[in-house]
Ligand binder design. Structure first.
Ligand code: MG
Ligand code: MG
Length: 245
């Protein structure tokens, strides 16, 4: 799918709302608070900006953000979990403006965190930012995963394979899938007007995942820590534009 400049302008607006949710939640994170409080702030921003939530009621999801602490990779449901000093927390945020979607996630520490936790966060974010650099017309879709995988594996961490990035536009999840690893072929050429949500999920241990009984929360099979960073990125004539920064 190739989006025209009017469509990308709408996605830029959605991205701005997502950035506001990210900043507001980031400022709040502290030991002792519940993940439900983070969702309430996200709801407040969405309402204030006249935006709709793309997460709420998505296949029955009950909140406007996902909150995934420690060994939880993605899709955690905000609730009574209280953040503790030393936790890491992944927060996935989204918004719809005029029917166009933005989607972005980050991981941060709660208070003082271990060296390995900080390194995991830094490497995951770096893998995303380096992958965005190769999102230029003429390169291939799977160059993205090739870059992520190379950076992550050089540090001895592993890339989750069961969950991937995606096209985004008038739906949160559009084709194609955007793997965070090299799937064995280069994939289609990247074109001006393509908009993708790129979202490496990186584990300290192995790549395998397990879904908990709530039907949503995805955790590492070996209990190791996991981090998640995501941006919505448009490919323009002069290079990639991050719409959620
Ligand atoms: Mg997301
Ligand atoms: Mg996404």
């Amino acid at each position: 799918m190739r989006r025209n400049s009017e469509e990308i302008a709408k996605m830029r607006k959605a991205g701005k709302v997502v950035v506001e949710i990210k900043e507001r939640t980031m400022d709040m994170v502290r030991p002792g608070m519940t993940t439900l409080e983070l969702d309430l702030v996200s709801r407040e921003v969405l309402e204030k900006r006249g935006a709709k939530s793309n997460f709420l009621n998505y296949h029955g999801f009950p909140a406007t953000i996902c909150t995934s602490p420690n060994s939880m990779i993605v899709h955690g449901i905000p609730g009574s979990y209280r953040l503790e000093e030393g936790d890491i927390i992944s927060i996935d945020c989204g918004a719809i403006i005029d029917g166009y979607h933005g989607d972005s996630a980050y991981t941060m520490g709660v208070g003082k965190i271990s060296k390995v936790a900080q390194h995991l966060i830094d490497v995951t974010e770096r893998s995303l930012m380096s992958a965005i650099d190769v999102m230029v017309e003429g390169n291939r879709l799977h160059d993205i995963g090739r870059v992520v995988e190379k950076i992550v594996e050089a540090e001895g961490f592993s890339v989750v394979r069961e969950y991937v990035g995606h096209g985004i536009g008038t739906a949160m999840h559009e084709s194609p899938s955007v793997p965070n690893y090299w799937p064995g072929n280069a994939g289609p050429k990247l074109k001006v007007g393509n908009v993708f949500a790129v979202e490496p999920m990186v584990n300290v241990g192995g790549p395998d995942t397990v879904t908990l009984d709530d039907g949503w929360s995805v955790v590492t099979a070996d209990g190791s820590l996991s981090a998640h960073f995501e941006h919505t990125i448009a490919i323009l004539e002069n290079g990639p534009e991050i719409l959620t920064i």
